[in-house]
Design a protein around this ligand. Structure first.
Ligand code: AMP
Length: 399
């Protein structure tokens, strides 16, 4: 069975085609600069990447480019789109309406439209991508897999913000959490590795956007991102959690209007804002090693905040069996892993510094010392495989 995974963003449509008998990626690529000029990047596994300028004024046209590419005689991989059994769409925000991965029908599309209010920047391109796929591949099942879904098991004390209850109810304001497919994937892998289905795990998804989750017996108990992906630890250019009073204060002092303040918090803060260098931690890493003071401060903030989340989630779960690091920073940055777990022997956490000295392992590796009570793992995340697997399961169930 072949499953196509689509991730539609505001000006891009990323895709991966999976062979679900082997769980291997056959082809992947990106229709980028939609609505600007259009650029296709495409590669078959094991072959060279191709890059082409192709006009893509809309997401619907990007879907057509994707179909032409996959069926192209020279660099495609299928003869006909009927070879694709289903399409799985990555959805950032399912709101309180879309809770589990689901087959698209009119009711599901109406529920997704309700999310426009909560996450307009993500939901709008998602809808365009889905509708483009429905039009171009009528009869092919379309499945939605939500980034918020895994966090739906949080108890009310974890997801309720202490604001006016009626206002919160009226506007569906609560902690939703994000990166759910990643937290679900790596915590599932960790449970398998530990051989303990009831393990208490803290999963640290540290990338350009970062979130940390407390997972007990495979269920999410709490997570650091909130109503939007802005809450939690310091990120590339996002501020993470700050005193909410800072926001109107900065608006007043810096004369920033409401419509620009979101941009300020999302694009001008985080590593970029603190270091003044970059939102990319690789550049911060180089500057830290060269002795740059503000880069070091950004680094230290991240490590300190990760440590605090691990401590508080250990308290919330009444114990800890395992810490997982994943995503760009979690899988590649040994400094951040080391610094965030330093001086945590009290919690039974002891890193093996030599094993920690690794970038980008291909599969799960253990980096804790043999006598560490808490196991520390690096697990490469694979959100696309989760989306493809959910899509296959739903399609098989409806057969
Ligand atoms: P992601 O959003 O998961 O792609 O992660 C992006 C972040 O991971 C950026 O801050 C990168 O600097 C960092 N990152 C990715 N690859 C590496 C690497 N090989 N070494 C160090 N940092 C990396």
């Amino acid at each position: 069975m072949k499953i196509l995974v689509v991730n539609a963003g505001s000006s891009s449509l990323k895709y991966q085609l999976f062979d679900m008998t082997t769980h291997e990626v056959i082809a992947k690529g990106n229709c980028d600069r939609i609505g600007v000029d259009g650029e296709l990047t495409h590669a078959l596994t094991g072959k060279d990447k191709i890059k082409k300028k192709i006009n893509m004024p809309t997401h619907a046209q990007a879907v057509n480019v994707l179909i032409d590419t996959l069926t192209n005689k020279e660099y495609g991989c299928i003869s006909d789109m009927s070879e694709i059994s289903a399409v799985g769409h990555r959805i950032v925000h399912g709101g309180p309406w879309l809770i589990d991965s689901v087959l698209v029908d009119d009711k599901v599309l109406a529920d997704l439209e309700k999310c426009l209010d909560l996450a307009p920047l993500h939901t709008k391109p998602h809808l365009l991508g889905i509708k483009g796929c429905i039009n171009a591949m009528p009869g092919t099942p379309q499945v939605l897999v939500m980034d918020t879904a895994f966090h739906q098991t949080m108890p009310p004390e974890a997801y309720t913000y202490p604001i006016d209850y009626d206002v919160a109810q009226r506007h569906n304001i609560r902690r939703y959490g994000f990166h759910g497919t990643s937290h679900r994937y790596v915590s599932g892998k960790a449970l398998e590795y530990l051989g303990n289905p009831n393990a208490k795990i803290v999963t640290c998804h540290l990338g350009n956007g970062s979130s940390i989750s407390a997972v007990k017996s495979g269920k999410c108990m709490d997570t650091s991102m909130g109503f939007t992906p802005l809450e939690g630890v310091i990120m590339g250019s996002r501020c993470g959690a700050i005193d909410p009073a800072v926001v109107p204060f900065v608006m007043e002092k810096e004369n920033i209007p409401v419509e620009e303040m979101g941009n300020w918090m999302n694009k001008k803060c985080g590593f970029l804002g603190v270091s003044g260098i970059s939102s990319d931690l690789r550049e911060i890493e180089d500057a830290v090693h060269a002795g740059h003071e503000r880069a070091t401060l950004a680094y230290n903030i991240l490590a300190y905040q990760i440590k605090k989340y691990i401590g508080s989630y250990t308290a919330a779960m009444n114990g800890l069996d395992c810490i997982v690091f994943t995503a760009g920073i979690g899988e590649n940055n040994m400094d951040i892993r080391r610094m965030s777990l330093e001086n945590m022997e009290y919690f039974g956490i002891k890193l093996d510094l030599e094993k920690n000295n690794v970038r980008g392992p291909k599969d799960t590796i253990e980096i804790s010392a043999p006598d560490s009570k808490v196991k520390v793992l690096i697990i490469p995340t694979n959100e696309e495989l989760v989306i493809a697997s959910d899509t296959m399961a739903i399609v098989n169930k409806t057969k």
